[in-house]
Ligand binder design. Structure first.
Ligand code: 3SL
Length: 235
C-alpha cells in the first residue's frame, strides 16, 4: 500500500485530521513560510516561531532578532517585518530570529502531534517533494489560510505538491481534488492567477505590489526546513 496525501484547507479543519506518524508540511505562501525559507537559505541560524507579539518581544533582551507582522504590517518594536526581501544574507547570516505572524506561525505549533514538521513554499517546492518521495511517509499538507478562511495561494501550492506525489502516494480526498483543479487552472501563469487572491489584494491596499511575485519564484531557495526542538532549522 502507498502512503497517503491529505490536505487541510484551513486551521479550523485540523482537529479532523490525525497527524500521528505523518509528515506535515506547513504552508503559508503569503508570506510566513516563504520568508522562513528565504531567511534560512540566506544564512539565518534558526527561526523560533512564537504565537503572540508579546512573547516575541520578550526575546528582545537576548541575542535574537525579533520579526513578524500583524495584518500584513510589521509589528511595533520589531526588527523585521515578514517580507522575504528583508532577510538578505548581509543582515541575516548567523542570526537567530524569533518570528510571529498572523496565521503561519500558529499553524506550526498546532501541528505538534506530527512525526515530522516541514516548511513548504514555492521557494523550496522541489526540495520538499524530493524529501516526501524519499521518506515514503503519509503526508498532510496544512494550509494556514487567512484567519481560518481557506485561501487560494496555500491551496494552489498544496495542489502542486499533491501532483508531484501522484506516483509515490495515493489519496481519496476531495480537498486534494480541489487543489489539483486549481493547479490545472493556474499552471499557465500561477502568479497572474494569484492576483485574484484576497491577500494579493490586501498587499495592494498596503502598497506592497512586490511580494506576490517574489514568493512565486519556484525553487529560488532550495532548502529543507524542519521544526525541531521548538525551532526551525535548515536540515
Ligand atoms: O499570516 C501570516 O502568517 C503572514 O504570512 C501574513 S503576511 O503575508 O505577512 O501578511
Amino acid at each position: 500500500m502507498k502512503p497517503t496525501v491529505e490536505i487541510v484547507l484551513s486551521p479550523l479543519l485540523l482537529p479532523l485530521t490525525n497527524l500521528k506518524g505523518k509528515t506535515v508540511v506547513i504552508i503559508d505562501i503569503l508570506r510566513a513560510t516563504s520568508t522562513i525559507c528565504a531567511a534560512l537559505d540566506n544564512g539565518a541560524n534558526s527561526i523560533t516561531p512564537v504565537i503572540s507579539v508579546e512573547e516575541a518581544l520578550s526575546y528582545q533582551s537576548g541575542p535574537y532578532l525579533v520579526a513578524g507582522e500583524r495584518n500584513g504590517e510589521k509589528a511595533e518594536g520589531f526588527d523585521f517585518g515578514n517580507s522575504p526581501l528583508e532577510y538578505s544574507p548581509e543582515v541575516i547570516t548567523g542570526k537567530d530570529v524569533v518570528l510571529t505572524t498572523t496565521n503561519g506561525t500558529k499553524c506550526i505549533h498546532a501541528a505538534k502531534d506530527a512525526e515530522e514538521i516541514l516548511i513548504g513554499s514555492f521557494f523550496n517546492l522541489s526540495t520538499v517533494v524530493q524529501h516526501l518521495v524519499s521518506s515514503n511517509q503519509s503526508v498532510v499538507l496544512f494550509c494556514a489560510g487567512w484567519k481560518d478562511q481557506v485561501n487560494l495561494e496555500d491551496t494552489l501550492y498544496a495542489g502542486y505538491i499533491a501532483k508531484a506525489l501522484s506516483d509515490s502516494h495515493e489519496w481519496e480526498s476531495d480537498p486534494v481534488e480541489i487543489a489539483l483543479d486549481l493547479v490545472e487552472n493556474a499552471e499557465d501563469d500561477p502568479t497572474e492567477y494569484l492576483t485574484r487572491a484576497s491577500h494579493a489584494k490586501r498587499f495592494n491596499r498596503l502598497g506592497n505590489n512586490i511580494d506576490l511575485g517574489v514568493c512565486m519564484q519556484f525553487d529560488a531557495h532550495p532548502v529543507l526546513v524542519k521544526y525541531q526542538n521548538n525551532t526551525l532549522v535548515s536540515a
